[in-house]
Design a protein around this ligand. Structure first.
Ligand SMILES: C[S@@+](CC[C@H](N)C(=O)[O-])C[C@H]1O[C@@H](n2cnc3c(N)ncnc32)[C@H](O)[C@@H]1O
Length: 245
């Protein structure tokens, strides 16, 4: 019974994540979805800046704490281990939904590209960012990253093995292509509003801090293999510095 529940739980969490991910694309790109980064303009600049900062901070803190091995260890003293990743994915999605719901639009234009060719190029970069994010998840292990592999192995009574260190395709050029994709998608907009700029700056700062913390765990897990990788491959930009210590 628990095995069937785990499978259903994992599928539901994955569904919530995928819907949230699609909404995020529409939210950031001002596309299709009912509430976007620039809709629902706030009356108060100070209020909007504070609320938006708190929303990003809440998402960043949740993401950072729940991803740490120590937290996972504590959580799995009462939660079955195969459900841990799905729970992380579900809670992260809920924090993102909270951000969509609470976001205060600040539509004042900071810069705007009017030329059709320039707009086309920027939209192409926006699309490339999201495709890089999605591709990177598959290069690591998409189904493990979002908890489906864990619940499927549990449901079929097989033991879990941690995914191996990967250095394929995009991971040959940068150590954090998934984060590079997010940075590209967050900044590539033909019309940069104040609210969008605030989102892009805060998220980029969080990514820069987050990858440093993630690398501590990766070094603890993969040891000299990761240290050598860090020496040879730049963090976010293929033309960047080799080592981000
Ligand atoms: C959200 S993903 C982000 C991965 C990476 N920071 C990126 O931006 O492409 C986080 C997970 O990826 C795993 N990970 C990061 N780099 C990896 C690699 N080169 N091979 C395998 N797993 C990796 C981490 O252990 C963590 O569980």
């Amino acid at each position: 019974m628990l095995r069937l529940f785990a499978l259903v739980y994992g599928l539901v969490c994955y569904g919530v994540f995928f819907a949230t991910f699609l909404y995020l694309i529409g939210f950031v790109g001002n596309l299709v979805v009912p509430k976007t980064i620039d809709s629902h303009a706030s009356d108060s600049l100070a209020f909007a800046l504070v609320v938006n900062t708190l929303l990003v901070l809440a998402f960043a803190v949740q993401h950072t704490i729940m991803a740490r091995p120590g937290f996972k260890q504590k959580l799995t003293t009462w939660l079955p281990a195969p459900l841990e990743r799905s729970t992380y994915v579900l809670v992260a999605s809920l924090f993102l939904i909270l951000l969509f719901w609470g976001w205060q639009g600040l539509p004042r234009t900071i810069w705007s590209v009017e030329a059709p060719l320039g707009q086309g190029l920027i939209y192409a970069l926006f699309a490339a960012g999201w495709l890089i994010v999605l591709l990177s998840t598959f290069l690591i292990n998409h189904f493990d990253l979002f908890g489906l592999r864990q619940v499927f192995l549990f449901a079929t009574n097989r033991s879990y093995t941690s995914p191996e260190f990967r250095q394929t395709l995009l991971y040959n050029w940068v150590r954090h292509p998934l984060m590079s994709g997010f940075v590209l998608a967050f900044w590539a907009t033909p019309t940069m509003s104040l609210g969008h700029l605030q989102f892009a700056i805060l998220m980029t700062l969080y990514i820069l801090i987050g990858i440093r913390i993630e690398e501590r765990d990766l070094i603890a897990k993969h040891g000299s293999t990761y240290l050598q990788y860090r020496d040879e491959v730049p963090a976010l930009c293929p033309f960047g510095r080799r080592t981000a210590r």
